[in-house]
Design a binder for this molecule. Structure first.
Ligand code: CA
Length: 222
């Protein structure tokens, strides 16, 4: 099992990351400042470090410089705020492996995490199937009953979430969090709108409504 160290001082974000990564089968440890990140990364084995740049005690850049200075090859995924673009570039020069700008969708982070760990030898599923529905994650294409369907990036992500949770009823809140990220408006009807788009493109039977709860992937057969 892959172990991920999360260095993030924003409690809401670290809780969101931890919950999502655990649900995806990873083991996580959270630290809330840079000094703790250096200490924990030194004392325990991890497969990946998710590193916020704006950290108290030691900022993310210093953490990265310290780890690399100690000869640590631990893969690092940087999280940066929009106004830290220069730091992002510097971080990559310092030996970070990837970066994400906040706010981001959880599925986007998960894809980066998986891509990073895949190069470390993890086998990854690239085609998801359910009934007549096929989603090719590498080519970013969707098809139903052999017919290719054009989906927007957001529609694709939502369909991927449904396929990864086939047979499970997903609430609007779960879909919002998976597809739109942690900075979403809980009162928004955007989930219903996008379910509508998917039904129009794939057929109404593909996603079923569970009254009062949310949505579930249908049998995928027309
Ligand atoms: Ca921060």
């Amino acid at each position: 099992m892959n172990r991920i160290l999360i260095a993030e001082d924003e409690q809401r974000l670290s809780a969101f990351l931890e919950k999502g990564l655990r649900a995806a089968g990873f083991t996580t440890t959270v630290v809330a400042d840079g000094a703790a990140a250096v200490a924990v990364a030194r004392d325990e084995d991890f497969d990946l470090l998710i590193l916020d740049l704006g950290l108290p005690a030691l900022d993310g850049m210093t953490v990265l410089r310290t780890l690399r200075g100690q000869g640590r090859r631990l893969p690092v995924l940087i999280l940066s705020a929009r106004d830290e673009v220069d730091d992002k570039v510097a971080g990559l020069e310092l030996g970070a492996d990837d970066y994400l700008t906040k706010p981001f969708r959880f599925e986007e982070l998960l894809a980066r995490v998986r891509a990073r760990l895949r190069t470390e030898g993890t086998r990854e599923e690239t085609v998801l199937r359910h009934g007549e529905l096929t989603l090719d994650l590498r080519r970013r294409t969707a098809s139903i009953e052999g017919r290719t369907v054009d989906l927007s990036a957001r529609e694709f992500t939502m369909l991927e979430v449904f396929l990864r949770h086939a047979g499970q009823v997903l609430s609007r809140e779960q879909l919002l969090s998976h597809v739109w990220g942690y900075q979403h408006d809980p009162g928004s009807n955007v989930v219903d709108v996008y379910v509508g788009y998917l039904r129009r493109k794939l057929g109404g039977h593909v996603i079923a409504t569970v009254r009062g709860i949310g949505y579930v992937l249908g049998d995928g057969e027309g």
